[in-house]
Ligand binder design. Structure first.
Ligand SMILES: [Zn+2]
Ligand SMILES: [Zn+2]
Length: 173
């Protein structure tokens, strides 16, 4: 776990450059794997109780194309510009609220900032939501499963949905 004692952040800021084993981060994103270490480059600057973190995170993620299901590697180059603010005392139930301008902040407890929280969150947010191996991926034939990027198949094109209502009507006759 990568955590930095706040007392060790000097006046001029603290530059950090390290790589993190994805397995250590508990990156629970279904359908993807992180085959390489995650590179973290950050500068922490302390101003009163707020610790700003700027820099970048680089990661590689093995995704599965949503159309043709083939695995492919996506490089993530994530700019980071955020801050850690002290964790607030817990509010009684029903009084929870998160002011929108603070929604992006990370929190720290006590006198350390846990960088793993930041790295985990930023990487998870950067994973493509519906990854496609290429913009014009043709996907698989819905009938026989042929990868249409590789070749065509003999299946008839799917019936035009616009005629479905008419077909239903004729069937009833
Ligand atoms: Zn594809
Ligand atoms: Zn087919």
């Amino acid at each position: 776990m990568t955590q930095i004692p706040i007392a060790e952040i000097p006046e001029e800021g603290l530059s950090l450059s390290y790589s993190e084993d994805p397995a250590e981060l508990d990156l629970a994103v279904s359908g993807v794997r992180f085959p390489q270490p995650i590179a973290v480059d950050l500068v922490l600057v302390k101003a009163a109780q707020v610790i700003s973190a700027t820099g970048r995170i680089e990661a590689s993620v093995m995704c599965e194309c949503v159309r043709c299901l083939s695995p492919f590697l996506v490089r993530l180059d994530i700019p980071v510009a955020t801050q850690f603010v002290p964790a607030r005392p817990l509010l009684p139930p029903g009084e929870y609220r998160m002011p929108p301008e603070e929604a992006e902040d990370y929190h720290y407890q006590g006198d350390v900032v846990v960088l793993d929280d930041l790295v985990r969150q930023e990487v998870i947010l950067a994973v493509p939501f519906s990854p496609q191996c290429r913009a014009d991926c043709r996907g698989l034939c819905p009938q026989c499963g042929q990868d249409l990027n590789v070749g065509t198949c003999a299946c008839a094109p799917p019936p035009d949905p616009r005629w479905a209502a008419l077909r239903e009507y004729l069937k009833g006759k």
